[in-house]
Write a protein that binds this ligand. Sequence first.
Ligand code: PMP
Length: 406
Amino acid sequence: MNFNVEKIRKDFPILHREVYNKPLVYLDNAATTQKPVQVTEEMNRVYETINSNIHRGVHYLSDMCTGEYEKAREKVARFINAASTNEVIFTSGTTGSVNTVAFSFGETFVSEGDEIIISALEHHSNIVPWQMLCERKKAVLKVIPVNGNGELLMDEYEKLIGPKTRLVAVAHVSNAIGTRNPVERIIEISHNHDVPVLIDGAQSIQHEKIDVQKLDADFFAFSGHKVYGPTGTGVLYGKEEWLEKMTPYQGGGEMISSVSFEKSTYNRLPFKFEAGTPNFAGAIGLAAALDYIDNTGIGNIAEYEKDLTDYAVSKLSQTENLKLIGTPAHRTSVISFLLENIHPYDAGMVIDKMGVAVRTGSHCAEPLMGFFGIRGTIRASLAFYNTRKEIDVLHNAILKVKEMFR
Ligand code: PMP
């Protein structure tokens, strides 16, 4: 493996700071990832040298900035292997992307009595927009159940999908328990019924190669900040055939081709879905993050993270009175657990004081927590800049919690 974690860590200044006079161990990467200097310097460069509103100006800076924004779109298209830049829409994040489809697809293709399928392990961002759509259209939300390991019950899915299904929306990877869903099979089954699929890729884009054409996803959503890019950036990939037919989500500047008080007409793709001044500095920063991943190699990242995750899962599962929540056969580097008789919040407070950032709570997946009969978990989520030594620090912090609450 051509991968040097110490060299990578040098690119992430925040990893070298201390908290409570202890070296920071950042294990909250599913919530947001840290940024390499290549990203922050790129954004500074935009603001210091070419900052100007895009698409509408005729002056030099506006032209430069527009060019770089559109180059960023080309970068995203290549990164996910979209067939065309018309299929890459910049959004504010996964939430923005899912809401765009829930509204625009919903307005165009969903009517009373129709059905939308999601799964039991979705993030609230891939639940609530569909609920709102169903309320608006008097449609019905159906949910693929999970088993005790936190894996989707595919037989049940095949029973749920039918002539009334208009769309299936599932997470590629669960942010709460790390399950990597069999999205290839979900898409295949769905397409056999001529039903399009939205993949929530918020927790997969940073861990594995995404090829939207190979996957044959109709929509793919992800957030820039979870893939080492800037906050407030995101992408909605959509097949042109769907996007062309869908009504715009928001109205405003940029998304129109002409406006009169009688009637406005809409711009061509992808601008039809980008109302208002976009986060152009963010999009350019996101492209720098994707370059960083390309230079590191997503294959190297995946291999390193798998080794680290196996190490962490093995170490944690051998810890007395520690219960893993979610034990799927296929997982990524999100590990949820509970310590017997200790409230996750109390445990999180002590772990934090040891310099280790983990997350506690429901992880915006209350229905999944309900399924497991719990209020929340402690979640460690790893990135390619984490090390085995850091897992050992987490493990020691857990032992300390157990000692304190004995
Ligand atoms: N889906 C999943 C699976 C997530 O992990 C997250 C973020 N935790 C989201 C959606 C929402 O992403 P954002 O807040 O960046 O829009």
